[in-house]
Design a protein around this ligand. Structure first.
Ligand code: X2X
Length: 336
């Protein structure tokens, strides 16, 4: 059986099982909430989520149990977003860019080359820009925890060639996540982007439906994309993070004291996950090289120029509106 078939069978056969938690509580929890995500067990997101769920169980004396369903066990991001809205799952971590299919403003943090480094990212996301996006998320009847979790600065991988300048992307078949901003950005590069959920990325690369994809090093490593990709071009073309989202009705069912314990632990876990991902991204070039990936430093200036010339920044400024764009530019400097 192909990997793709196995993944599908897993979802259809409803064999998903939550990560086991250490618990000394004999009673069934008063609130048993499902938290689903799209990342492998080995990614820091899931290690920190597990600690988080254990401390929530302990601090609420067994009243709140968070069951973790990693690795797209409950379906693709698109599926999980529907489940979150319907209340089939209570919590879900999702890239702001994919969330923009529901909350258009949420993709603003992924604008190409907006943030020069992590200091600028956290200043904006833990500050006014993050607060603005969370307000827009609240209008869609979802809650977003204060601290966004890190995905990282994204790099381009390929099975065919290294990408050094923007011209190398011309006609390049590249997978992008399901989000208008991603498609727009890679069209501005004159690439041939295909929207594919992360649950299908490994098999799409393996079967050469696309020649490349883009993701932070921590994902290239933990999702084993190096098995099906040869080149990794360090473009740092955008930053991406995961909002820790909750279903509004499920959240409102929790008494205030329990909400406080849950929010505190989720935000603390997010801060630890940020540190883990930063550490990984600093060391993974070596580890992935040893696994056979060939790295090159891309010429970021050529990519940025191309976006500017294609009218990418002007177009998105118009979509987000002046207020949101001003908040972004306070962190990024002038873009359009
Ligand atoms: O889908 C992706 O590429 C990933 C894992 O980075 C996101 O969740 C946006």
């Amino acid at each position: 059986m192909q990997r793709r078939t196995v993944i599908k069978a897993g979802v259809v056969g409803a064999v998903a099982t939550a990560l086991p938690l250490r618990s000394s509580f004999a009673q069934k929890a008063e609130f048993t909430y499902k938290y689903a995500n799209n990342l492998p067990l080995t990614h820091p997101m899931n290690a920190r989520a597990r600690e988080m769920a254990e401390s929530i169980l302990g601090e609420t004396k067994g009243r709140v149990e968070i069951q973790i369903f990693p690795n797209n066990q409950l379906g693709s991001d698109t599926d999980m977003l529907s489940q979150l809205r319907a209340g089939g799952i209570e919590f879900f971590t999702l890239s702001g860019l994919i969330l923009s299919t529901l909350v258009p403003a949420a993709s603003i943090t992924g604008i190409g080359f907006a943030f020069p480094n992590y200091d600028a990212v956290w200043k904006a996301l833990d500050g006014e820009l993050g607060a603005y996006v969370r307000e827009q998320i609240a209008k869609a009847n979802l809650i977003a925890m204060d601290r966004i979790w890190d995905n990282g600065f994204r790099q381009i991988t390929s099975s065919t060639k290294p990408i050094t300048t923007a011209d190398d992307l011309r006609g390049f078949k590249i997978r992008v996540p399901v989000s208008p901003l991603w498609t727009s950005m890679f069209k501005a590069f004159e690439a041939a982007p295909a929207s594919i959920n992360f649950s299908e990325v490994y098999s799409a690369l393996q079967t050469k439906i696309v020649d490349g994809q883009e993701n932070p090093l921590a994902i290239i490593a933990t999702a084993k994309l190096f098995e099906v990709q040869k080149f990794c071009s360090l473009t740092n073309h955008m930053w991406d993070g995961f909002w820790f989202l909750g279903n509004r009705r499920a959240w409102d069912r929790l008494p205030a004291d329990l909400q406080k314990v849950v929010a505190q632990n989720v935000n603390d876990a997010g801060m630890k996950e940020r540190a883990d991902v930063a550490a990984l991204n600093a060391t993974l070039t070596k580890e992935l090289s040893e696994k056979g990936m060939v790295f090159n430093q891309a010429r970021s200036d050529t990519f940025r120029d191309k976006l500017r010339k294609a009218g990418f920044y002007d177009e998105w400024k118009g979509k987000y509106g002046a207020e949101a764009w001003a908040l972004l530019e306070r962190a990024s400097g002038k873009l359009a």
